[in-house]
Design a protein around this ligand. Structure first.
Ligand SMILES: *Cc1c(COP(=O)(O)O)cnc(C)c1O
Length: 392
């Protein structure tokens, strides 16, 4: 085993060496600008980008003309919400989203509120799933967009995307989903799920950082998105800026590998995740799995140790790279907004660890991690025992 072990694959993944190999020629050999139409350097870059567009479109069942390259999912989420709010301003200013979304959606929605738009933040049940009846009740005359993530980045909990797509279709409301965590881990077919806009990023799927995409439906209906980055009119006017050719090539390669190996990766991580989950629940009394009652990503485990502190646990586990309940909130003292929305007390939320497995995670690593976390939890429990505290 090579320490520290990497169990933080919901934050980012190792770039697959096959992806790196695909990217390398595009730094110092084929370094043209994909928008340079007058010479071979530009044509080569353009061809490579076109191939990547096919690979990424194919991963989600889209047409190549529906892929808009971005710098990642944060930008894709911003472009979806801001771009639709602007393009459909005449039709209305109401957006529906969920309390457990990623900050890239929530902070953008909050910003839109400062610009005079109305936003409904749907609650979730204790498993982290929205209520379809509540969504139906939230629709108003001026609703233009519903934005619900496919898989949660903290818990792995999946939302009922097909049903949401159907409800939106029936109301004639656009449906955006942040599929950052789901892409490459679950099959995605934008037509079957009634999706109009979908956010992706390469680095959560064994691709490079700084490359992402927004899927924008072209037919039934043709979705309009107002550009948020003004410049040379790249990406059919929806996102200007010189394309990150090596990053896009890497994204394409990662998407093709994910499409080919998804079933195997999913079965592999699910087996090991279940092993880890059962091992920890068995060894640590009172351990609880967040989102246990819901369908979840195969590779993700969010586990709570009530009364313990995730930062103290992590400090006791220097050989394992993992995350407190959420990477995004671990820098602040506030407990995770996702766990709070699921009804966890502050105390329970503070005792949560998130473990994310990859296609390279091994049985041996899972055994080691189970042992180490068990040991750290038992030690912290002993330190916090009533007898021990009374003796202080
Ligand atoms: C990681 C993540 C993002 C942000 O993606 P970047 O490419 O890092 O900007 C957005 N949404 C979800 C659900 C994520 O997991």
């Amino acid at each position: 085993m090579q320490f520290p072990l990497y169990f933080d694959n919901n934050a980012t993944t190792r770039c697959d060496p096959r992806v790196v190999d695909a990217m390398l020629p595009y730094f110092s050999q084929h370094y043209g600008n994909a928008a340079s139409h007058g010479h071979a350097f530009g044509w080569q870059a353009e061809e490579a980008v076109a191939r990547a567009r096919e690979q990424v479109a194919s991963l989600i069942g889209a047409d190549t003309r529906e892929i808009v390259w971005t710098s990642g999912a944060t930008e894709a989420d911003n472009l979806a919400l801001l771009g639709v709010a602007e393009a459909y301003a005449a039709q209305g200013g109401h957006i529906i989203t969920v309390q457990t979304e990623h900050k890239a959606v929530l902070d953008t929605a909050r910003y839109l509120e400062t610009q005079g738009r109305r936003v409904t933040y749907l609650p979730v049940d204790e498993a982290g799933v929205i209520d379809l009846g509540a969504l139906q009740d939230a629709f108003a005359e001026d609703t233009i967009l519903v934005s619900v993530m496919w898989a949660n980045n903290e818990t792995g909990v999946l939302q009922p995307i097909d049903e949401i797509g159907k409800l939106c279709r029936a109301r004639g409301v656009l449906f955006h989903t942040d599929a950052t965590q789901a892409a490459g881990r679950l099959p995605i077919r934008v037509d079957d799920a009634g999706i109009d806009l979908l956010s992706l990023t390469a680095h959560k799927t064994y691709g490079p950082k700084g490359a992402g995409a927004l899927y924008v439906r072209r037919r039934n209906p043709r979705v309009r998105v107002a550009e948020q980055m003004h410049g040379g009119g790249h990406e059919r006017g929806m996102r200007s800026g010189t394309l990150n050719v090596p990053g896009i090539v890497g994204f394409g390669a990662a998407a093709e590998i994910a499409a080919n190996e998804m079933a195997r990766d999913a079965a592999h991580t699910r087996r090991l995740r279940d092993m880890l989950q059962e091992g920890l629940c068995h060894a640590v009394p009172g351990a609880s799995v967040n989102g246990e009652g819901a369908e979840r990503l195969p590779n993700t485990l969010s586990i709570g140790f009530d009364g313990l502190a995730s930062d103290a646990l992590m400090a006791a586990l220097p050989t394992i790279a993992l995350s407190a309940g959420s990477a995004c909130t671990s820098a602040s003292v506030a407990p995770s907004h996702v766990l709070k929305a699921m009804g966890l007390t502050d105390r329970a939320a503070y005792g949560t660890l998130r473990l994310g497995l990859s296609r390279w995670t091994t049985d041996e690593e899972v055994d080691y991690v189970t042992e180490q976390i068990t040991h750290a939890a038992q030690k912290q429990r002993a330190l916090l025992s009533p007898e021990r505290l009374a003796a202080r």
